[in-house]
Design a protein around this ligand. Structure first.
Ligand code: HGY
Ligand code: MN
Ligand code: MN
Length: 400
């Protein structure tokens, strides 16, 4: 697995060691080509569907819905080498291990690479799995436009991954995703594995604030309509909102773009993104409503025009109890004792697959809880432990 993870990480590697394989760029294509070659070497039958999902299948002794695993290989622009890639590489490793031992399973197995999980170039995130699960029309996904004006369907064709298979044609018997935790819980508790029982709701909005450009030196403070000040007020508001709400509420202003973005010009425009998450859907809706009321308030107070555009809204997801128990039993049998059940703060393709089949996830630790960052790291033995649990869980589910 380390070799494959290194090969993927070497594609378009940043000076700081970060991985940058934005969805449907040439770097993503190079990663896809690598994974397809690994799948074929593992004797998987590879199909590409119409949103570019890559599905490698392994026959069982019986036909029928496969037990599926997999994740994504697209990254954020400053990504680490494990986010997504680990689940794909481990899934292929599971197949290789079964091949080496000439072990057949009753049900077929499948390893999938979902298109555009990160959603940072084309919204929404988890796009490929959302289309696969029927939560987003293929036509709408193909028409998604990126900040740099690229159209998703055209990019998919340009990199040669506009497949012909109908999205979701292979309806899995079950879906198990292996992923790094991307947070501090396991690392701080000095634990090796967790089974993910649920996943937060996610709300992404774009907030466009329009004011009036003017001279930084001559414009009296009480006559300003300063879009940058509006952006700053929103940034402070969402932080205080999350602190006030407590629980699992988190809030992030990840992107702020000012226009004209010049030292001596009052900004006429600020485009920012707001990421709100909570494992309680009612609380997440309340947070969205509080933000909406605040935007009306500052628009009036500062003489700004503020418009919002929804990018993503997903409900919290509870994974399947039977799959959770299988993962727990397998982990115990492999000597890990009773492993922790936890909530995922990050979005994952498994949350979309849970719409169409029993699904769950396995986490391994992220050192210092760091992710979406080139310092993302997981110990090799933890990677192995996770892959072993995946192997035995898939075998058990495939033979039940
Ligand atoms: O945003 C997320 O949680 C995921 O990394 N796409
Ligand atoms: Mn991921
Ligand atoms: Mn990610």
């Amino acid at each position: 697995m380390q070799t494959e993870l290194e090969e993927l990480a070497a594609i378009n590697r940043g000076a700081d060691g970060s991985c940058c394989r934005l969805a449907l760029t040439d770097a993503d294509r190079r990663g896809r080509d690598l994974v397809v070659s690994w799948m074929r070497n593992a004797e998987l039958d590879v199909n590409i569907d119409r949103i570019g999902n890559i599905i490698g299948t392994r026959a069982g002794t019986q036909s029928g819905p496969p037990v599926m695993t997999g994740s994504h290989i697209d990254t954020v622009a400053t990504g680490g080498r494990y986010d997504g890639a680990y689940g794909v590489v481990a899934g292929i490793e599971v197949v290789r291990a079964l091949n080496a031992r000439k072990v057949l399973t009753k049900r077929p197995l499948a390893v999938v690479v979902f298109t555009n999980e990160e959603g940072v170039r084309f919204a929404p995130d988890m796009m490929g799995s959302l289309v696969y699960a029927g939560g987003l029309l293929l036509e709408d996904a193909l028409q998604a436009v990126s900040e740099d004006g690229a159209v998703l369907g055209e990019e998919l064709a340009r990199i040669g991954y506009a497949g012909s298979k109908r999205c979701g044609e292979i309806r899995p018997h079950a879906f198990v995703e292996l992923h790094i935790e991307q947070g501090p819980v396991l690392d701080r508790a000095n634990e090796v594995l967790a089974v993910v029982q649920d996943l937060q709701g996610i709300s992404w909005q774009e907030v466009n604030i329009r004011g009036v450009s003017n001279h930084a030196g001559t414009t009296p403070m009480n006559l300003r309509h300063d879009a940058a000040y509006g952006a700053g007020m929103v940034t402070v508001f969402v932080r205080k909102l999350a602190q006030r709400m407590g629980g699992s509420q988190v809030a992030t202003i990840g992107s702020v773009r000012l226009v004209p973005n010049l030292v001596n010009v009052i900004a006429r425009e600020a485009k920012l993104t707001v990421d709100l998450r909570n494992s309680d859907d009612a609380a997440l809706s309340a947070a969205e409503q509080e933000l909406e009321a605040f935007l009306v308030e500052i628009a009036d107070a500062e003489g700004l025009i503020i418009e919002t555009k929804r990018l993503v809204r997903t409900q919290p997801v509870r994974f399947d109890d039977r799959i959770l128990e299988t993962i727990e039993q397998v982990a115990a049998k492999l000597g890990h004792g009773e492993i922790r059940r936890m909530t995922s703060g990050a979005g994952h393709d498994a949350q979309m697959m849970a719409r169409i089949c029993p699904a769950a996830m396995i986490f391994v630790p992220s050192v210092n809880g760091i992710s979406h960052n080139p310092k993302e790291f997981t110990l090799p033995r933890h990677l192995e432990d996770g892959a072993n649990v995946l192997l035995h869980a898939m075998k058990r589910i495939a033979n039940e």
